[in-house]
Every structure is written in C-alpha cells, then in structure tokens.
Design a protein around this ligand. Structure first.
Ligand code: SAH
Ligand code: SF4
Length: 340
C-alpha cells in the first residue's frame, strides 16, 4: 500500500483519514497541530501520541518535507532558501526582516508560463505547479529553521504565477489562515493579471491582500514586457479591480518594476496617476533588479525619485521597494539559476 503524505491532505482530509483509521477525532487536531504549529517533520516527533500509535500510523502515512539545498544570508539580514522537492525540482523562498515584521516571499510554481521578458523565472518557462503542501511547507520549513522567531507576513511573490495554480494556491491559503491561523491581512497574493481568476479570488472571500504587477502604463509597452497583456489588457485588469469587494481600509497594491528607458518616464508617472484614479490603491515602485546577461537596466536613482514625486504630488500612496539581499541573488529565480 502506498503511504499517504499527511502534509498533502487538507484539514478535512486529515479528519477523514483519522476517522477511517478508527481513531477519535481529537487525533486529527493533534496531528494538524504538530504539522502546522510545531513543524514536525515526522510522525516520530509527535511525542504526544503513544509510540504504538505512531508506529501504527507510520505503516499507512508519512510526512513529506522540503529539502534545504542552500541557505544564504545577506548583510542586510535578508535570507534566501533553496529547497529541493520530492521529484528533484527546486524552488526558492526569501525571508525579509523589516522592523517588527518578518516577511516570507514564497513560490507557487516551478518556473512560470507567463513569459514576462524582464523576469528570470519567466525565461525558464513552466515546469510544473506546486502542490498545496509544497506551497505551505515553505512557511513551515522556514518557521522551523528560525525558531524562536516566527514569520509574521507572507507574500506570494516568489517564483510562479499564483493564479495560474489557482486551486492549490487557494488550498494553501486556506491552511495558512485556517490551520496555521495567520491573519489574511498579513498575506499578499501577487498576480500578473489573470482577470477571470482575480474575480474568482475576490468571490471566495479569503480576505487576503491583492497585488497586481502592472509594470506599464500603455498596452503597447505592456504587450511587449508582459505577454499576458495581449489576453487581459490594462483596462480589463483595472476594471476587474474596481469591481472587487474591498473593505474600507483595504487597498490593492500595484507593483511597478521600473525598467530604464522602457517605463520610467515622467509621462508614464502621469499616466499611472490617471489610470489608478478612483481606485483604492497603493503603488510599489520596484527598481529593476538586474541579473547576468539581462537586456534591461535599473533606472538611475534620480529617475526613480522623480517618478515617485509625481505620484506623491497627485496624492497617490507610493513607496519605493528597498532592494534587499542584492548580494545573495535575491531577485526572483536567481539562486535557482545559479544552482544549476
Ligand atoms: N507572478 C506573480 C508573482 C511573482 S513575480 C507576478 O508577476 O506578480 C513578483 C514580482 O517580481 C512581480 O511584480 C514582478 O514584476 C517582479 N519582478 C520579476 N523580476 C524582477 C526583477 N528582475 N527585478 C525586479 N522585480 C522583478
Ligand atoms: Fe511569471 Fe511573475 Fe515572472 Fe511574470 S513576473 S514571468 S508572471 S513570475
């Protein structure tokens, strides 16, 4: 009989598994507690369960774990983890300390099919989707490694397009908020703009924050740098955002990767103000993080500041995302690329 990976099961499935094994329901609560709050990597670690019970369970079930292949620490405190999966693929997670926050940036796919031209992950194409357990295990594994510290915020901004792996990402989000009890306000999902999925996510009422990678102010530029724009152009993305059920205090984040001479002009800044008019939004300006052999450049600091000033003057909430961990290849996909 093939053994069941308890980490691959939803909360309901763990409950059914325990029931089918003829065990009382509090056992499923114990198992969930050990996996998601005590970060147990094996049944043997679950010392609350008798040795006999652990041995019985071990005949039918096991707990999968990501394999840590590399861990790099930047002088600014950013840490990068390269994990191996059961089939030998690799993914990255990045831990970013910022004042009282400890944010983990996690991956949702091995590679990505969206093909954004500036993105290293996009260049490799899509290998496969991550399972819910592989998504949430990035949070579990890092939490285990950094004890007694604990991740406070989660962003789905690592490798992959989360909304292209919708069901698995939603299941991972449900476990984060329902089993690990992380507030959905502390979770942000970033998407290149798969319009029907944005609407679907809104309807699910998961209450996680949404970030949209806008990255351009005209369809002609966005068509080139983000091919998904040919299917879902800027207007379709923004119209969908306007219709989302938002609570009063929530804002949608618009990420804007600044590429020198491509999307960094003052005219772009002014168009951006007009595009987002009336939307509850904030803008994250991300100066392009270059990697070897890339054809794009990071704009000069002065161009970034000027761009920011135009937005700020128009009373748009805008921050420039600090470039963290540049010395440890922290841009999406860089450590994985080096490891090959
Ligand atoms: N696929 C999702 C989430 C992962 S990408 C999305 O595109 O939103 C997360 C963010 O990193 C996106 O805003 C993307 O535009 C940005 N990004 C990708 N490569 C980058 C680079 N080399 N420098 C700066 N930002 C980059
Ligand atoms: Fe995929 Fe996001 Fe990279 Fe685009 S920016 S290729 S959507 S990971």
């Amino acid at each position: 009989m093939e053994k069941i990976d308890l980490k691959s099961l939803s909360k309901d499935d763990v409950e059914s598994f325990i029931k089918d094994a003829g065990l009382p329901s509090f056992r499923s609560r114990q198992i969930l507690h050990w996996i998601y709050e005590r970060y147990a990597q094996s049944l043997e670690e679950m010392t609350e369960l008798s040795k006999k019970l652990r041995e019985e369970l071990a005949e039918r079930a096991y707990i999968s774990n990501l394999t840590l292949l590399n861990r790099l620490t930047s002088h600014d405190g950013t840490e990068k983890f390269l994990f191996g999966l059961e089939d030998g693929e690799t993914i990255e997670s990045v831990l970013i300390p910022d004042e009282e926050r400890l944010t983990l940036c996690i991956s949702s796919q091995v590679g990505c099919a969206m093909g954004c031209v500036f993105c290293l992950t996009g260049k490799s194409g899509l290998k496969r989707n991550l399972g819910p357990h592989e998504i949430i295990d990035q949070v579990i594994s890092v939490n285990r490694m950094i004890l007694p510290r604990r991740i406070t915020n989660i962003v789905l901004m690592g490798m992959g397009e989360p909304l292209a792996n919708f069901d698995n990402v939603v299941e991972a989000l449900r476990r984060m908020t329902g089993v690990m009890v992380i507030s959905p306000r502390r979770i942000t999902l970033s998407t290149a703009g798969i319009v029907p999925r944005i609407a679907e996510l809104g309807q699910l009422g998961l209450k996680v924050n949404l970030a949209i990678s806008l990255n351009a102010t005209t369809d002609s530029v966005r068509d080139v740098i983000m091919p998904i724009n040919k299917t879902y152009p800027i207007k379709a993305v923004l119209d969908t955002c306007r219709k989302l059920p938002l609570q009063q205090t929530r804002k949608i984040t618009f990420e804007y990767v600044m590429l020198k001479d491509i999307n960094d002009s003052t005219a772009d800044a002014k168009r951006l103000v007009r595009l987002l008019h009336g939307l509850q939004s904030k803008i994250n300006l991300i100066p392009f993080n270059p990697y070897s052999d890339c054809e794009y450049e990071r704009p000069d600091d002065i161009a970034v500041l000027l761009f920011q000033e135009i937005l700020a003057k128009a009373e748009v909430t805008v921050i420039i995302r600090k470039s963290k961990g540049r010395d440890i290849l922290a841009a999406c996909g860089q450590l994985k690329a080096r490891y090959k």
